[in-house]
Ligand binder design. Structure first.
Ligand code: FAD
Length: 386
């Protein structure tokens, strides 16, 4: 595995790191406290090309690879995991399926404004009755001339309020199971679309999460991504890419908690010496560093496979699972290292611990990632043994 980064990859990592320090760090605690989305900073990130990482320049994007993507999301999330997920979703769950399955006209109409940051993207798959069992979709789209009429409700939509367009999975033929699903790009101003109230959350409180309700919502047939019947294929492909983004978000949260812990063990004195002198604390730091580095290598492996055009479903699930469990473990240690102060909002690690939890849940829970990994492994075995 070649881990030498190109100048371009180093540059995006540096840009994201500097932006996070200069523009995200100053307000991150306040945004978490008040549940406010960093809208101005997201616009600035868009101007720097962070909303169109995969989109080619002809569609207004940066035309970068997946390594650049995970480096960028890690650095943003190291300081602000809410901004990390918003940038991840607009790139991976909205932009990427349009790039992969859209026609040239759809790319010009929907991908270009996303990539330029004129619009923000969201992804509507989850429903009240369709969570881990994503195939149990009940939002229906009925063809009516040049339009579909969409009726149903999607739950837990990241950027639900501020997004301008939603890549949405719908049922177009109830008789065909998952082969009867389709994917539509639904614009915010479509007649019959309403945004539900905000969810009040444990973490990533600087990202908004809403239900999206479609009541006989009129959507042009021209907004169909791919073919009718390919809805689940589009959604799963978006999730393969998105899971690397969530892995990177988790890794950033873990790295941020280790950064804070390293600083704290130098300043906090007990028994007449800094915490860094105690071997029990050193062992925690060692394990945090080791797990983070191992998680990072799994993540980079998945990104490299995708960039080489190889199958990466299993690798992306492994990266997401390992990075998110690492984030949960590392942030728990970080709070412990900070003692009582770690339990207060005076230090950032309590937020890191709250933010880490969601990475084990969205874009497929840890249990579902294990099912995906096992399925991939068994399929590899079957291919190898005829
Ligand atoms: C903050 C937030 C943001 C989100 N953003 C989006 C978004 O932008 N777009 C979107 O479409 N969705 C989004 N989601 C939804 C998220 O992807 C789902 O919550 C997640 O997939 C789990 O579904 P569920 O909540 O219905 O849990 P359930 O599916 O009800 O699962 C409950 C528990 O049962 C376990 N379980 C379920 N089935 C199995 C099985 N077969 N084997 C073993 N264990 C199993 C699960 O792992 C979990 O532990 C978001 C959720 C949150 C909380």
């Amino acid at each position: 595995m070649d881990l030498t980064f190109s100048e371009e990859q180093e540059m995006i990592r540096r840009m994201a790191r500097e932006f996070a320090q200069d523009k995200l760090a100053p307000g991150v605690a306040e945004r978490d406290r008040t549940g406010t989305v960093a809208r101005e900073q997201i616009k600035e990130l868009a101007q720097l090309g962070f909303c169109g990482i995969f989109a080619p320049p002809e569609y207004g994007g940066s035309g970068l690879d997946s390594i650049s993507y995970v480096l960028a999301i890690e650095e943003l999330s190291r300081v602000d995991a809410s901004v990390g997920v918003i940038i991840s979703v607009t790139n991976s769950l909205a932009g990427y399926p349009i790039l992969t399955f859209g026609t040239d006209e759809q790319k010009r109409k929907f991908l270009t404004p996303l990539a330029k940051g004129e619009k923000l993207g969201a992804f509507c798959l989850t429903e009240p009755g369709a969570g881990s069992d994503a195939a149990a979709q009940s939002t229906v789209a009925v063809r009516d001339g040049d339009y579909y009429r969409v009726t149903g409700a999607k739950h837990f939509v990241t950027s639900g309020k501020y997004a301008d367009l939603y890549v949405t999975t719908v049922v177009t033929d109830k008789t065909k199971g998952t082969k009867g699903t389709s994917s539509l790009v639904i614009e915010k101003n479509s007649p019959g679309l309403t945004v539900g109230p905000a969810e009040h959350k444990l973490g990533i409180r600087g990202s908004d999460t809403h239900a999206i309700i479609f009541d006989d919502c009129q959507v042009p047939v021209a907004n169909l991504l791919g073919k009718e019947g390919e809805g689940m294929k589009v959604a799963l492909s978006a999730l393969d890419s998105g899971r690397m983004g969530i892995g990177a978000q988790a890794l950033g949260i873990a790295q941020g908690a280790l950064d804070a812990s390293l600083q704290y063990v130098h300043q906090r004195q007990q028994f007449g010496q800094p915490l860094k002198n105690f071997q029990a604390i050193q062992f925690k730091l060692a394990d945090m560093e080791m797990r983070i580095q191992a998680a990072r290598l799994l993540l980079w492996q998945a990104a490299l496979k995708k960039d080489r055009g190889e199958r990466f479903t299993k690798e992306s699930a492994m990266a997401k699972l390992f990075c998110s469990e690492t984030a949960m473990w590392v942030t728990n240690q970080a709070v412990q290292i900070h003692g009582g102060y770690g339990f207060t909002t005076e230090y950032p690690v309590e937020r890191s611990m709250r933010d880490a939890k969601i990475t084990e849940i969205y874009e497929g829970t840890s249990e579902i990632q294990r099912l995906v990994i096992a399925a991939g492994l068994l399929a590899e075995w079957a291919r190898a043994h005829g």
